[in-house]
Design a protein around this ligand. Structure first.
Ligand code: SF4
Ligand code: SF4
Length: 96
């Protein structure tokens, strides 16, 4: 079975500038605790972020989907999701 490539951020190169986040067509890149992370299952594998040269450090690379998550990356993905959910709830509460 062939693997599908998706984007991922090389944390050793990433300086957390956030320039990449707006380049993603599916809101799959977020910055958390000073490093960008690609939400693996949101990534379409279109590589627009790479083609647009969004990263000044060339930190956005490719990997097979779900191939490998370090413990740090797992935590950052989970935390960024929680923060996103909290912000959505905050936004809804403001409208009440
Ligand atoms: S490959 Fe496409 S969907 Fe994935 S992070 Fe880059 S722009 Fe977003
Ligand atoms: S543009 Fe590059 S260096 Fe800046 S946050 Fe994104 S991946 Fe990191």
């Amino acid at each position: 079975m062939g693997s599908v490539l998706v984007a991922y951020v090389n944390v050793d190169k990433c300086i957390g500038c956030g320039k990449c986040t707006g380049s993603c067509v599916n809101n799959a890149i977020q910055v958390f605790q000073g490093k960008a992370v690609v939400i693996d299952f949101n990534c379409l594998g279109c590589f627009y972020c790479v083609a647009a040269a969004a990263c000044p450090k060339q930190a956005i690379e490719t990997k097979p989907r779900f191939s490998y998550f370090s413990e740090e990356e797992k935590l950052r993905v989970q935390a960024s999701f929680l923060i996103k959910q909290i912000n959505i709830i905050k936004g809804k509460l403001k409208k009440i």
